[in-house]
Design a protein around this ligand. Structure first.
Ligand SMILES: [Zn+2]
Length: 282
């Protein structure tokens, strides 16, 4: 099986996979996936994602407080996050951001801890995975205000092959407009495309893929959520990222192999994954 796919955002720690976790891992190993990034949403899932990354050569981890999990956080929790971020193969701060979908969440806590975690990523020179739902303007504003696209930040990472700046900011499951995507790309960010691009009502996200260069796109599942067509209705699996990559290929008018290679290369650049030194256990 040729290993050509990278699922840049999934949740291996989800309860759904725990029923037969070893069988699930074997399925990943037998699939075309070369890498996955297991994304934390609180301290427990971040720690377990780091353990998965330590255990499985194909797995890397991100650690952070998802916006809905920021209420009541204390400084000690933040310090614990800092510790997890220092573990080997923990490659990014995430998923962090703002989620204004539900009215009854503590938005002030979301904004405060989002800002603090951006600051931590700057301090530790780590990539940032963003979750933004119904909060387009505020997410961009807080990223800017807290230095995610500052000169200092851009100086931390090598420029891209085309010479443009690299802020190592990835907009997970991007749901904004093509105009907003172009704005992010100009600032040095990358856009991650998930299963919804395959849905019938996906016009907006299709336009995003059309208007952003393929070198700025990554593919993800956000599994077990957001299952792509034609498997919609089932629980999502990391290797279903194939269907999102096929859709990207379709929209871009390139072969599936070319879209797979581009999204794999961009994911590796974003997370700083180097094949020989880190794909195996060091
Ligand atoms: Zn997620």
């Amino acid at each position: 099986m040729e290993k050509i796919l990278f699922d840049t955002h999934c949740h291996l720690t989800d309860e759904y996979y725990s029923r037969d976790f070893e069988g699930f891992i074997k399925q990943i190993e037998a699939s075309p996936l070369r890498f996955v990034v297991d994304i934390g949403t609180d301290l427990e899932t971040s720690e377990r994602a780091a353990e998965n990354a330590d255990r499985y050569p194909f797995c890397f981890a991100a650690a952070g407080f998802w916006p809905g999990n920021t209420t009541g956080l204390a400084e000690a929790d933040f310090e614990e996050l800092r510790r997890i971020l220092s573990l080997p193969k923990v490659k990014a701060v995430g998923e962090i951001g703002l989620d204004y979908h539900y009215e009854d969440t503590d938005r002030e806590a979301q904004r405060y801890w989002f800002a603090r975690q951006i600051g931590l990523a700057l301090e530790l020179r780590l990539p940032i995975c963003i979750h933004s739902r119904d909060a387009d303007d505020e997410t961009l504003r807080l990223l800017k205000e807290n230095g995610a696209f500052s000169k200092e930040r851009l100086a931390c990472f090598p420029a891209r092959a085309d010479g443009s700046p690299d802020a190592r900011v990835l907009l997970h499951c991007f749901s904004g407009s093509a105009e907003l995507a172009r704005q992010y790309v100009k600032l040095g960010a990358d856009i991650s495309v998930a299963g919804p691009v395959t849905y019938k009502n996906a016009r907006k996200t299709v336009e995003v893929v059309e208007s952003v260069d393929i070198s700025r796109l990554t593919a993800e599942t956000d599994s077990p959520y957001l299952t792509p067509v034609p498997l919609r209705g089932q629980k999502n699996m990391p290797w279903y990222v194939e269907h999102t990559v096929r859709k990207i290929a379709d929209i871009k008018g390139v072969s599936y192999e070319k879209a797979a290679a581009a999204t794999l290369a961009n994911g590796m650049r974003f997370y700083g994954i180097k094949e020989q030194t880190e794909a195996g256990r060091a």
